[in-house]
Design a protein around this ligand. Structure first.
Ligand code: PLP
Length: 408
């Protein structure tokens, strides 16, 4: 008899499990809107041209690689220096005082997830008893990350089902009601799963209450460039908090905006009020990383450092990101047009256009989402979220029929 008899079967991951079910479906009309990964109009995975060019140019011009590409020595615990510099500058803008005054501690992480996990470990170790407030709803893995790091969390109101929009008053009330010094997890842009972001004026008010309550903002920036198409615009929320002189935690990911999903490249940043405390924080982030994974992988870090550090590639990346964000906006518009012209019930579908980024929260409940999958072969998470990045213009009419049928 096995020693592992007492270990029960784990449930499938609610997001990645959708892809498994999709693969098993043999019907040709099937559509996978489960995972937030960018697809072309032909619904194929996309490798960015700039990423391909880094490979080509590094073969042609030996010096282009900031570090020689063929060296597979360990990176330092904190990661590739050229990457850490590039990622902080991309986040805050190269001329940000926090960078000039060396008030930022940046450690390369295992993409967004690993960076969040490192941030959670820092909270667990140095802020015992502190809670993290997360939005209701949020990306499903946030709860897993804080649970496994043994950081207690609770939710603040965010989504309003009546308007399929932001419950701004509820959000502010809940942040205000939290005990002083609470960590508040915020999505930098393109909120997952709702696609609903605060306006710039609302961000100011969120910063006001967080400041009044002495809370610590913890940004998850997984979609920089994907909401508006502009890297700078999508970092505005984080920059606003930093410009107020607040201390801020930021986890970054390059999975979506550079299409480097499998390379696991991202960063954990702590912006502090002094360079001296940033140095101490960085030393502790390294200490936390060492027994978890020792040091991060180099390949994705080299790609990011080369793209951001080479003006011609940086410009091309920006253009490609505009293209990707633009395709999603087109699909969003077409989906709205299709639904609102087909549906005769008088329902207001304009929320689809107000949402931003890869996702649309359709307001479909679990039974309705099941109908989408069982009857229409549309795969999506059970919370009613669809990834528009997995939708093509050609499939909008079909999806509109499926949504209208499932609603009514
Ligand atoms: N944070 C949010 C809100 C996300 O949606 C995702 C990915 O879906 C991530 C973080 C982390 O992704 P990764 O670990 O691939 O960078």
């Amino acid at each position: 008899v096995s020693r592992f008899e007492g270990i029960p079967m784990a449930p499938p991951d609610p997001i990645l499990g959708v892809s498994e079910a999709f693969r098993a479906d043999t019907n040709d009309v099937k559509l996978n809107l489960g995972v937030g990964a960018y697809r072309t109009e032909e619904l194929q995975p996309y490798v960015l041209n700039v990423v391909k060019k880094v490979y080509v140019l590094s073969l042609m011009a030996e010096n282009l690689m900031l570090e020689r590409g063929d060296n597979k020595e360990y990176l330092p615990i904190e990661g590739l220096a050229a990457f850490n510099k590039a990622t902080a500058e991309l986040l805050l803008g190269a001329d940000n005082p926090a960078i000039k005054e060396q008030r930022i501690a940046t450690v390369q992480g295992l993409s967004g997830t690993g960076s969040l996990r490192l941030g959670a470990a820092l909270i667990e170790r140095y802020f015992p008893g502190s809670k993290v407030l997360i939005s209701a709803p949020t990306w499903g893995n946030h709860k897993n990350i804080f649970n496994d790091a043994r950081v207690p969390w609770s939710e603040y109101r965010y989504y309003d089902p009546r308007t399929v929009g932001l419950d701004f008053e509820g959000m502010i009330e809940d942040i205000k009601a939290a005990p002083e010094g609470t960590f508040v997890l915020l999505h930098g842009c393109a909120h997952n799963p709702t696609g609903i972001d605060p306006t710039p004026e609302q961000w100011e008010k969120i910063a006001d209450v967080i400041q009044q309550k002495n809370h610590i903002p913890f940004f998850d920036v997984a979609y920089q460039g994907f909401a508006s198409g502009s890297l700078d615009e999508d970092a505005a929320s984080v920059r606003l908090f930093v410009a107020r002189g607040m201390e801020v935690l930021v986890a970054q990911s390059y999975s979506k905006n550079l299409g480097l999903y499998a390379e696991r490249i991202g960063a954990m940043n702590v912006i502090s009020s002094s360079s001296e405390s940033a140095t101490r924080v960085k030393s502790q982030l390294k200490r936390l990383a060492r027994p978890m994974y020792s040091n991060p992988p180099v390949h994705g870090a080299r790609i990011v450092a080369n793209v951001v550090g080479t003006p011609v590639l940086f410009d091309e990346w920006k253009a490609e990101m505009e293209m990707m964000a633009g395709r999603i906006k087109n699909v969003r518009q077409k989906l709205y047009d299709s639904i609102s012209s087909k549906d005769k019930s008088g329902k207001d579908w304009s929320f689809i256009l107000k949402q931003i980024g890869m996702f649309s929260y359709t307001g479909l409940n679990k039974n309705q989402s099941d109908n989408m999958t069982n009857k229409w072969h549309v795969y999506m998470t059970k919370d009613g979220r669809i990834s528009l990045a997995g939708l093509s213009l050609a499939k909008c009419e079909y999806l509109a029929d499926a949504i209208i049928d499932s609603y009514h």
